[in-house]
Design a protein. Structure first.
Length: 134
């Protein structure tokens, strides 16, 4: 248990708890929100994924974009780290590679806000079972 010694400690605890509650509430209706998954395996972290994740969390909130930002494990694109997967409501996910904070800003401004694809997309290189049955 965290010891509270000042008003600042109490405010920090409140903010942390509010963040957890917000994430839980957003998670129940995630399909209606922008979803950003940041690959945070060892290779991603070593390439700067932590800074990219923090950037997305801060900037989406500052820009009043309803989104859920989460971390995920290895996506299998180690050569292109940091990688992220962005899913806009009612659309298929898109995976971007070599994402730094500059690229993340471009993704927010062009893809998330306007639906315009930007450079850095990693093409789908597999077929799902459903695709084979068609």
């Amino acid at each position: 248990m965290v010891k509270i010694k000042s008003l600042a400690d109490l405010q920090k605890l409140k903010a942390d708890m509010q963040t957890k509650v917000d994430l839980r509430e957003k998670g129940e209706s995630a399909e209606n929100l922008v979803q950003v998954k940041v690959a945070m395996a060892t290779c991603g972290i070593a390439s700067g994924a932590k800074q990219v994740m923090e950037f997305f969390m801060d900037e989406l909130e500052k820009r009043n974009i309803e989104a859920v930002v989460t971390q995920t494990g290895c996506m299998g694109y180690c050569y292109a780290e940091p990688t992220i997967e962005v899913t806009l409501p009612n659309q298929d996910p898109v995976v971007f590679g070599y994402v730094d904070t500059k690229k993340a800003d471009e993704i927010i401004e062009k893809y998330v806000k306007e639906g315009i694809l930007v450079d850095g997309i990693i093409p789908v290189n597999y077929e799902t079972i459903d695709d084979k049955n068609k």
